[in-house]
Design a protein around this ligand. Structure first.
Ligand code: CP
Length: 315
């Protein structure tokens, strides 16, 4: 049974197949052609954390594929007091694919271990494969083909998104420069790091000029995860950490001056949500090179391809 968790399981050919399907699905969507290959099928979407893009994109994806998506927020379910193993095995009896935004990837792996239906990690502390595939689709579109992407740069904190992006790019032969003074401790996966290093495509440096030289795309993500925030501001108990990170990471902020100085032709990428003025500036978001909203839209197109690929459907 196929699962999509860390992209460690997928070969370069698997990744290419998903991306090609996504590009075709997007063309068909734009042309108004039906792609209802999942008529009568159900996607189970289970969230232990908040979301804007993941929920909407998967739900829209399933609608456009002719199926149905069920949204469940953990706090409104019996998962709050029952044993996870029991609830998840029962839940997976009701659908065809289980999409899970988990607090702990161990629970995603546990759900997948039952091999009842395909499981998708929809952003755990370690991985975000749907985001990385959407990012690569976006870069391929902007470059005129996957084979035209030669080098990308990741700025800021190493985390779940950089893990899956660096591994996928490495597998596809794309050079990845990582300029990150710190790593989110919860995101560390030594096996993934070793696999990414073994591709020979990943280089880590704190020298911005070196990291950005020849970069076609520059990516970043928030320096602090959403759970540290409340009403758009850091929770009082995380204020000191917010300010500490601001001092450490500010030289690596994705802003227009940085792009115009070191990589004037590079596309500006952010997986969203963004903390404007923290890891990214408003002038970078509005920059002529910004591909951020294409990235967001491509979540849906790539997720349609992921759903079809997991269910071994051909277009
Ligand atoms: N990028 C992303 O996964 O967005 P959400 O957290 O809004 O789903």
């Amino acid at each position: 049974m196929r699962h999509l968790i860390s992209l460690k399981e997928q070969s370069a050919d698997d990744i290419r197949e998903i991306l090609e399907m996504a590009a075709t699905l997007k063309k068909k969507y734009r042309a108004g052609e039906a792609t209802d290959l999942l008529h009568g099928r159900t996607l189970l979407m289970f969230f232990q954390k908040g979301s804007t893009r993941t929920r909407i994109s998967f739900e829209a994806a399933m609608t456009e594929l002719g199926g149905h998506a069920i949204f469940l927020e953990a706090s409104k379910t019996q998962f709050m007091f029952a044993d996870f193993r029991d609830e998840v095995r029962a839940m997976m009896r009701f659908g065809d694919v289980f999409m899970f935004r988990a607090l702990d990837v161990a629970d995603v792996l546990l759900a997948a271990s039952f091999d009842q239906i395909p499981v998708i990690d929809a952003c755990s502390e370690k991985y975000h494969p749907c985001q990385s595939l959407a990012d690569i689709l976006t870069m391929a579109e902007h470059s005129g083909g996957l084979d035209k992407i030669k080098k990308i740069t990741w700025l800021g904190i190493e985390n779940n998104v950089s893990n899956t992006l660096m591994l996928a790019c490495g597998k596809l032969g794309i050079e990845v420069a990582i300029a990150a003074p710190e790593t989110d401790a919860n995101s560390i996966d030594t096996e993934l790091n070793a696999m990414a290093a073994a591709t020979g495509k990943v280089k880590k440096t704190l020298d911005l000029k070196e990291a950005l030289a020849g970069a076609q795309y520059v990516h970043t993500d928030t320096w602090m995860n959403a759970e540290f925030f409340e009403n758009g501001k850091p929770k009082p108990e995380f204020k000191d950490e917010y300010e500490r990170r601001e001092a450490v990471f500010m030289p690596y902020q994705l802003n227009a001056t940085l792009i115009d100085t070191y990589a004037p032709g590079a596309g500006i990428m952010h997986c969203m949500p963004m903390h404007v003025g923290y890891e990214i500036s408003r002038d970078a978001i509005e920059h002529k090179n910004s591909a951020i909203f294409d990235q967001a839209e491509n979540r849906k197109h790539v997720e349609k391809a992921i759903l079809l690929w997991l269910l071994e459907k051909k277009l």
